[in-house]
Design a protein around this ligand. Structure first.
Ligand SMILES: O=C(O)CCC(=O)C(=O)O
Length: 290
């Protein structure tokens, strides 16, 4: 059972697609209009990557994580190395992280070992482990690498995501640029460009979810959110060893198709660095957790 839930990094390699092919386009059961597919490229040069960033176009990068020690992570490893540590987890209801405008994402604290015990016994946990690496498990940084094609940035932040199979995280956007590294299992991501923000029915800026959408893109209620029907979407699937470049401000809703471990690296340069710092200060002042 466990091996089905937790493909090793290498055994799931065959879920990858050939270079330059994608699982782009609209989800089969979605009423939305697909537009371009997300390209897949092998490790780019800094100039090629900079062009994706400049144009704000998502891309899946293959072959860039081969030297990351993180590719050998497993639940057993986490249990023996960090089992006694307290980590934040977000409860799951109806296959989706619990969230609400009044409280944001409802985090709880649990011992990592306890969270993993259910998983190792074959009963998937009912929560999604998501944590800021520098604050909670800074040791994990040693297992990650900053890709050479990425720009030098004064601000980086790394977040760790460990989810049971078939868990969704809600549609939202982030200010920084993002590289989402898929380490174990597969994820399906619905992407919507920043220019369609006016079709996304954002929660109010005074809520605890100022960067979240009220739309569930997997089951959109078009009677309540009619503008969303014309939002352009891309759907991409990533598997172990894939790095998804997610341009700043692009909306994304994610579903873990398998037991899944990912890490994302956000970065900001230039004037956006100042903006991100302001946003972080705003979130801290209002105790917004995400
Ligand atoms: O993988 C997920 O569930 C969410 C990832 C995400 O929102 C992000 O990388 O910004």
């Amino acid at each position: 059972m466990l091996s089905n839930q937790m493909p090793s990094c290498s055994s799931a390699e065959n879920s990858r697609l050939p270079e330059n092919q994608t699982r782009g386009g609209g989800a089969a059961d979605s009423p939305l209009k697909p537009f371009d597919a997300v390209p897949r490229i092998h490790v780019p040069s800094p100039a090629v990557f900079a062009d994706y960033v400049r144009r704000g176009r998502p891309v899946v990068i293959t072959g860039a994580m081969d030297d990351w020690p993180a590719r050998y992570w497993s639940p057993q490893y986490f249990k023996s190395a960090y089992g006694d540590r307290l980590i934040p987890v977000a409860p799951i209801r109806d296959r989706m992280v619990v969230y609400g405008a009044e409280f944001g994402v409802g985090f709880e604290q649990i011992r990592f070992g306890e969270w993993l015990d259910g998983l190792l016994a074959g009963a998937p946990p009912s929560s999604y482990a998501m944590l800021h690496v520098a604050e909670v498990l800074p040791e994990l940084e040693a297992d990650l690498r900053r890709p050479a094609f990425c720009p030098r940035a004064p601000w980086w932040q790394t977040r760790f995501w460990m989810s049971p199979a078939d868990t969704g995280s809600p549609m939202h956007q982030d200010l920084p640029d993002n590289l989402l590294a898929q380490i174990v299992g597969r994820k399906r991501i619905i992407l919507i460009p920043a220019r369609d923000s006016w079709r996304m029915y954002r929660y109010s800026m005074t809520s605890h979810l100022p960067q979240y959408s009220r739309v569930d893109a997997e089951r959109p209620d078009l009677a309540r959110f009619p503008r969303f029907a014309r939002a352009r979407q891309m759907v991409v699937e990533i598997g172990p060893g894939d790095l998804l470049y997610l341009p700043r401000l692009w909306w994304h809703q994610v579903r873990s198709l398998d037991f899944s471990v990912s890490v994302n690296q956000w970065w900001a340069t230039g004037w956006r660095y100042a903006l991100v710092r302001l946003a972080v200060a705003y979130q801290r002042a209002r105790r917004i957790r995400w």
